[in-house]
Design a binder for this molecule. Sequence first.
Ligand code: HEM
Length: 497
Amino acid sequence: MRRRSDDVPSLQGPKSSSWIYGNMIEFILGVPCGEAELGWFAKYGDVVKIHGCFGQERLIIADPGAIRHIFQDPEVFVKSRKFQLITLIGFGQGSLLSANGDSHRRIRSVMNTMFSAPRVRALKPTLERIAKDFSDELASMSGSIVDAHHLLHKTSLRAVTEAVIGYDAVADKKYTATYQDLLGSASHRSRRGVVADTIISWIPDSWIWILMEYPPPELRKLMDHRKMTYSISEKLITSRLESLKSGEPAENDLYSVLVRTNAKATYKMTDTELKEQFGGITTAGEDTTGNSMVWILYVLSQHPEWQARLREEIREADHAASDAGVDYDRLPFLNAIIKEVLRFHPAGSFTEREAACDTVIPLATPLVTSTGTRVSEIKMRKGTKMGISMFGYNRLRSIWGDDAEELNPFRWLDGREIASGGTIGPYANLLNFIGGPRTCLGWRFSILEIQVIVSELMRNFVLSFPEGVSIRPVSAITVVPMDDEGRTWLPLHVERL
Ligand code: HEM
């Protein structure tokens, strides 16, 4: 009997809606974001075959066994060609987001120190100061409806640039405008963009220079941003190196830690690689954390009783705090809210991988193929495209229980076993930060930032969602709140206590 060498054609999934778009319009542009894939998982199992543009086949994966295997081996399951091209053009070859293989391992080993638990913990006072400034700004708007999406992103940009990079980007109006312009155009989603994403992945390496010489407007903005971050980080690194040479004490920001760690490292990053981290870190860290906070405030605005409970917990912690201040990890309800909203409203809905060679992925839950065969692994050919679904994994009943579809922060407090079947990510068994050697580098920083900012807001404000508006999650690189008129914003009524 011939051994099957490609199970993908026989996997089950929705019929193609059109040859040009396949199922990509429902998958990428479907509103609310995540609904289409959750429906497919419910119908076909934890791995679903969908149709990409121009008749391509793709897998959408929520199965924990498959996901763990894929993330553990970044050399076999490489980032999608589109992602690689964009990060290469936007951040440079030495950015952690673009680097692969030995270069990635070398750069990551230096950068891991930068984001270690004690280094991140040391940033608490900086984040508390930023949160306090945000709270003061919000106090001046008390009694009105504010756009919390805009305000949270402004604060998140300040947090990542000031605390991580050591640069006051908010005071640099030119940088902020360039960044916001980039984010605005990159997050604009359209049918044309869905097709362009496929076409861009066909561009061979030898043609990249044409793309860089004659970039489409979105790419031009990415390149402008890159130019600006290069010139800023060049100055920052030079000054950090000078203070190191002259024996001055280190600054508190993580870029200073990076420069000093690198100076002592056996396998060093080059000066260009040091310079190339600014753009990737800011872009990877701002939008994701900003939108995670957006969904937390959205949920809280609809649950005044959860706000009251949080307020009580935080005030008690304030009273009991030592000189070191509040230990946010010790606030059970705060952390239950954060975990549950990250689970239910992941700021990134999926990430993509491609098989670099013929390979096999194991499954935690067997699948039945269209021919009725039960398979507990999937054989696939080189080039198979996969979307790893945060929505799908974060709502698996096999992990989260029968109430996986419900937003319930108390699941984190009622003593149930959350990680049955082994964990994947670095935080609370959630997929938001993925897992394996390319796990999000900034996850600890983003959790601390969220803890500090949400606590500060709960100390001082009551938030409510205004009547007559409705908000739905829409995919725009990350998942943003959008009203029925297509405006991206989070309207919240804020009342100072
Ligand atoms: C809630 C907030 C965040 C979420 C949901 C998030 C999510 C992710 C995900 C899914 C990846 C993997 C992308 C892939 O390989 O497919 C990633 C990688 C990365 N993230 Fe985050 N991130 C967050 C915050 C941050 C912050 C605050 C920083 C930095 C300050 C950061 C820096 C990075 C970097 C540098 C990588 C590349 C790691 C590598 O390839 O080795 N992230 N993040």
